[in-house]
Design a protein around this ligand. Structure first.
Ligand code: PHE
Ligand code: NA
Length: 456
């Protein structure tokens, strides 16, 4: 059985189980946890939304994460080749390799706007560190963010820097690049998060934040809030974009996919909750709006940092942490395309990095301009950035996740999936029930609702 030993050179495999966990947690913990989660939770009333989100992670997210890692680990190649190989093994039609193509494309498109938002985070490090927010009145801080978005050249500069840093790491390969960076950056990220939560406890509004996040008030929860919680659960775990598939392909046989996936989901959830506990006490302490939207951490937080004792120091720490989180996710978004170019097109890693980096850079200009000179290039009322985010987060990621779930559940032979998941056990049977019935049903319902065929 060729899948039992890895066909890859050692430099292209994680050296330990922990390295995989940290790299996969790096892929998972990103802008979704620190930028998006707090503001969507804030907009959807807090506690009840958080509860639904946690249930979605446990019942749908974890089994889907396992399915994606499983495909990668058994396929031992880039998403396209892995899907082709497993389809052949299962005696299914080769069209399934398009799921791999969809994953590569999704990661590519997602990264093109991810680098732009990550660029805002990076730009806010020197801005905060130089005391630009200290004692500045709230309206002015809002204008600073808007003003930042009005400068295409500066935005391009920052997102280019993010992309260069990403390529600088990914270009070194799995062991020397991805693994080394994750081993250093992920512990650092969690330490910074804990420091910031500790700092938030000194504001005297920690209890308010706890109540806001954990006391479910179901009056505040709408059907669309439930859908947002569900979609965000997939996004935050990096499901459906080929990222977890490619990371799984560098994982050696024998490591438990169930245990590592659960741990990755726990780390991702912990990061989101800790981010909430770092942000909301500050927001409440200064009487600001928890439903501040996408500007929550770029406007609301700087307002608070500008008034707090040691706000410059902790504000800087915050934006460093945000940049680190974004960067480790960026690695995982470009790696599927790079691995595909190397393994399918025979390119060197260097060439593959430069080529895919250039493509992403070009596409990122669309997002940059959607905040300034291209603000009125809209499609159905959405700017380029909004359309791309909607397409990727609302459709491509869930579709990719659905197809991967269907593939492992209905196309692959039970023997094969059981072998990857460590044998036929009660846990395996639970996974199989969830991935065969619950996951497809729920995702179909979201799609039908989104198309407008049913309304929840
Ligand atoms: N999970 C990442 C975040 O929360 C985003 C992401 C999605 C990364 C899909 C890779 C693939 O920010
Ligand atoms: Na995440």
């Amino acid at each position: 059985n060729p899948t039992r030993t890895s066909s890859r050179p050692l430099q292209q495999q994680w050296s330990t189980r922990i390295s995989f966990i940290l790299a996969a947690a790096g892929a998972a913990v990103g802008l979704g946890n620190i930028w998006k989660f707090p503001y969507v939770a804030g907009e959807n009333g807090g506690g009840a939304f958080v509860l639904v989100y946690l249930v979605c992670i446990a019942l749908l997210g974890v089994p889907m994460l396992m399915a994606e890692v499983l495909i990668g680990r058994r396929g031992q190649q880039n998403p396209v080749n892995s899907m082709a190989r497993l389809a052949e093994e299962a005696g299914a039609r080769p069209v399934w390799k398009n799921v791999g193509r969809l994953g590569v494309l999704t990661g590519f498109l997602l990264l093109s706007f991810y680098v732009v938002v990550a660029g805002w985070a990076l730009a806010y490090i020197p801005l905060t560190a130089s005391g630009s927010f200290a004692g500045v009145e709230p309206a002015r801080i809002g204008q600073m963010f808007d003003g930042h978005l009005q400068q295409p050249l500066s935005l391009v500069g920052w997102s280019t820097l993010v992309l260069i840093m990403t390529l600088g790491i990914v270009g070194r390969g799995v062991r020397k690049g991805l693994e080394k960076a994750a081993n250093l950056l992920m512990p650092m990220l969690f330490v910074f998060l804990l420091i910031l939560v500790g700092y938030a406890t000194t504001t005297g509004h920690f209890d308010t934040a706890l109540a806001f996040m954990f006391e479910p008030n179901f009056d505040q929860l709408t059907a669309s809030g439930v859908l947002i919680a569900l979609g965000h659960a997939f996004f935050t775990l990096s499901i459906g974009g080929g990222a977890m598939m490619i990371y799984g392909s560098y994982l050696s046989p024998g490591v438990s996919i169930a245990r590592t996936s659960i741990l990755v989901a726990v780390l991702d959830t912990a990061a989101a909750l800790l981010a909430g506990l770092a942000i909301f006490p500050i927001v409440f302490a200064y009487g600001l709006e928890p439903g501040g939207g996408p500007g929550l951490i770029f406007v609301t937080l700087p307002i608070a940092f500008g008034q707090m004792p040691l706000g410059t120091l902790f504000g800087t720490l915050f934006f460093i942490m945000l940049s680190v989180a974004a960067l480790t996710s960026a690695f995982s978004l470009i790696e599927p395309a790079i691995a595909w170019l190397i393994e399918k097109r025979g390119m060197s890693r260097f060439k593959a990095s430069v080529l895919s980096g250039s493509g992403i850079w070009l596409l990122s200009l669309g997002t940059v301009f959607s905040f300034n000179i291209g603000a009125d290039w809209t499609l159905a009322g959405k700017t380029f950035f909004e359309s791309l985010d909607y397409l990727v987060s609302g459709w491509m990621l869930p579709l990719g996740g659905l197809l991967m779930a269907l593939f492992t559940a209905w196309v692959m032979k039970p023997d094969a999936t059981a072998q990857e998941l460590g044998g036929d056990s009660a846990g395996y049977r639970l996974w199989r029930v969830l991935i065969r019935y619950l996951v497809p049903t729920v995702i179909m319902i979201i799609f039908l609702q989104a198309i407008g065929i049913i309304s929840l």
